[in-house]
Design a protein around this ligand. Sequence first.
Ligand code: TRP
Length: 334
Amino acid sequence: MTGKKRILSGMRSTNDRLHIGNLEGALRNWIELQDEYEMYCMVADWHVLTDHTEHMDIAHNSREIAKDFVAAGLDPSKCAVFRQSDVKEHAELHLLLSMVAGLGKLERVPTYKEKRDEARSEGQVSYGLLGYPVLQAADILLYKPYGVPVGKDQAAHLELSREIARSFNAKFGDVFPEFVDIIPEDESRSKVPGLDVDAEGRLRKMSKSYDNCIYLSETADETAQRIKGAFTTPTKIRKTDPGIPEGCSVCQLLRLYAPEWESLWEQDRRGERGCMQNKQALTEALNEALRPMRERRAGISDADIESVLEKGAARARETAAQTMDQVRRAMRLL
Ligand code: TRP
């Protein structure tokens, strides 16, 4: 169609806003790739249902996440931004791939094992949860992509998708080419620390479940408030006390957002800067970096994003339908 290589990626809409960990770990990579590749960016709403969804408005969340995609810089005229449940081929391929996905492999997936062990009763562990990677394989393979840009945490799922593709090909003939992982090289971006520490006093990943995030769509004042409460070197009480930037969440984030971070770290270590000054510098740098996204987001209505998603789904469906035709033929359904 375009002569460009094709890539696809997705994020689940488990809540209604993305944080800077999502931005740095994955979304920024997508934005950088959209010119070079024929790209498909999916809001994985069916995948949300594998978790606790009792009080969750998934439709609302999916729209909000898609708004964040576009506000952050994904251009719907360049890439297809769509919602998984709008392209029913994902469900059909999930069903057909479930016939070749090995049960043993699925049962050994670490995230599945964790959730199974956490579950208080057998009834809490669903067939859908076990099949999470099969649905993800369907998401990917439908587009026969050259590559899949994701955060490092997704590597195991991608490997399983490749194995499912190989099993399919071995049984039914070569339908799915191998794809590559496209994981950001900059390690420091793939694991953005949150604003707090764990019980042992160590920085941990930014995650909604820890409530230690900075959200793309919050206001500049909210960001300032969150940074005020952020974890810094506990033994640095006065400005003149030496800081340890490696263990300080504010310094870690300065590294990502303040071009002059190296000199700030040195001054922090030497007791020439205080934590309040660092917080101030981080607030300014972050709010400045997020300002264009926030402005763009304010201009996107529900109707606007629905129209983006509708057009995206139409494009996705075209490609997906071609693959499904090949799959049905290979499996002798046609
Ligand atoms: N499992 C991914 C996550 O939790 C989301 C996802 C669903 C995905 N389908 C995908 C990612 C296909 C890449 C390709 O973030």
